[in-house]
Each structure stands twice: as structure tokens, then as C-alpha cells.
Design a protein around this ligand. Structure first.
Ligand SMILES: [Zn+2]
Length: 265
């Protein structure tokens, strides 16, 4: 069984004309289970759509995060919930949100897209208080990676190096253009993993050659990408079945600290 470490809970219907997984919808928690079943997965790491919804506005993503929370509470064995966070709202606001998410739906991580929220991932005035809180609550930090000038692995790894006890997932492994920044980051820091969603097949092969197979996790970036395409890229890039198994499942168990008693692992 796979673990899909990168799922969005639907998208903004006012912006997207179509997606690859149209039935995935935040009003229907069971649609996440349907999506996991469709690809032979039993656990998914879920967060909201990346952008602020337009309209209704949800500037700090709280409404979207609570939709993720409802799905987690309905299917706690199958869904690991992550909160989309804009840290520019200030240390106290972020800390209050994360305390609420932790207590109300056992939030396991934060998703950050610096380009959408206008800050730098290596700006410790913004990132320091957030990462302190992530360390306190044991939250994994997911960075969107691969878009200049803000969502760059080179900037993100500066933050990761300052917080060696916090685990990081660099989504899209630098999105092709910044593949080597992601390779260097994951090679040099024990606390950085990458997910291969939206990456090129030969980028995955190069990453494995340079970093090894233990630092890569499987993710689909649903609903924007098809699970059949993302899954096939791993199989084509990596012939060794034991390495495929690590990427499809066991590396995510390490990164997300999946508890075999609470989660079906
Ligand atoms: Zn994504």
C-alpha cells in the first residue's frame, strides 16, 4: 500500500476550469478515501488549496484548514492533516492557530508557499517564531519548492539548517529548474526530504543517484496531477523494487512519524 504525501483538498472552482481529480472536494471527506483507494494507498497527507480562495476570502487559510481537520477527524487512520500557514500574520496569530489545530484535529504539519504570501523562507524574523512553534508541537514543515524568487530550496535549506530537530519536505524537489538546489539541500541536511510530485522522471533518477533513495517520498499533488502518472514516474526512474517500496511508503513513515498503532501503517 502506498502513502501519498502530497494531496490538496480540492481547488478553487472560480479559478480552475478542470483538475485531474474533479471529485476531490472539501465538503466531502469521503472523497479523500475514494482518492486513496483509487491509487492503492491507505494513508494520505492532506492540506488545503495553496491560494486564498476567491471569494469567499480566507486570508489566513483558517476555513480551509478546518475543512482538512474535519476530514482528519472523520478518518484519523487514513488522513494526516497539515495546515496551510501564512506566517506574516505574526507570531501570536500563527501560534494560536497551530495550538487550535493541534488540539482540535491533531495537526501534523504546516504547508508554506512564500511566493503567494510574500516573504522569504530564510527571513528568520518571519520564520523563526513559526519554526520555534513547529519544533514545540513536532510539526513537519512542507515547503512548496522550485519557483523563483521566493520558493527556492537554497533559501529553505537555510531555515532547515537552523532547526535540525524539525523535519522538512521540499515539495516537487525543486520543480526541475531548481532540482540541483533540492539535491544539495537533501544531501547536506539529515532533516530534509523531497517529494517527487510534478518532477520529471529523469530528475527522480538523478536525485536517487546523488542523494540515495531514503530521502524521497511519493506524492501526487492531487487534484492537479494524475496519480497514475506520478506513480509510473517512480517505477520508471527506479528499477529496484525495494527502493520503490521505500519511496512509495516507508520513507513517509520516517518523515511523518506515522504511529503504527494509530495509523494503519
Ligand atoms: Zn501541491
Amino acid at each position: 500500500m502506498k502513502i501519498d504525501a502530497h494531496i490538496h483538498f480540492g481547488t478553487d472552482p472560480n479559478v480552475a476550469s478542470r483538475t485531474m481529480v474533479p471529485y476531490l472536494h472539501p465538503d466531502r471527506p469521503e472523497s479523500v478515501i475514494q482518492y486513496l483507494n483509487e491509487q492503492g494507498a491507505d494513508i494520505g497527507v492532506l492540506w488545503s488549496h495553496d491560494r486564498i480562495f476567491s471569494p469567499p476570502w480566507d486570508a489566513d487559510y483558517d476555513k480551509q484548514n478546518m475543512q482538512v481537520g474535519r476530514a482528519v477527524n472523520q478518518f484519523p487512520q487514513n488522513i494526516i492533516g497539515v495546515a496551510r500557514i501564512n506566517p506574516t500574520f505574526g507570531a501570536q496569530h500563527t501560534s494560536d492557530l497551530l495550538d487550535k489545530y493541534k488540539s482540535e484535529w491533531n495537526c501534523k504539519g504546516v504547508k508554506l508557499v512564500a511566493g503567494y504570501d510574500f516573504y522569504r523562507p530564510n527571513d528568520m524574523k518571519i520564520m523563526g517564531p513559526l519554526l520555534d512553534k513547529c519544533e514545540e508541537l513536532g510539526l513537519v514543515v512542507v515547503f512548496h519548492s522550485g519557483d523563483a524568487p521566493r520558493d527556492l530550496p537554497s533559501l529553505q535549506s537555510e531555515a532547515a539548517k537552523r532547526y535540525p530537530k524539525v523535519k522538512f519536505q521540499f515539495a516537487h524537489m525543486g520543480m526541475h529548474a531548481f532540482l540541483w538546489e533540492a539535491i544539495i539541500a537533501a544531501r547536506d541536511s539529515a532533516n530534509i526530504w523531497c517529494d517527487m510530485s510534478q518532477a520529471f522522471t529523469y530528475d527522480i533518477a538523478i536525485f536517487i543517484e546523488e542523494v540515495g533513495f531514503k530521502k524521497l517520498v511519493y506524492g501526487t499533488d492531487a487534484p492537479y496531477q494524475s496519480p497514475r502518472v506520478e506513480s509510473q514516474k517512480v517505477i520508471d526512474a527506479i528499477p529496484q523494487v525495494d527502493q520503490q517500496r521505500s519511496i512509495f511508503r516507508y520513507n513517509a513513515i520516517d518523515l511523518w512519524g506515522i504511529d503504527k498503532e494509530n495509523q494503519r501503517a
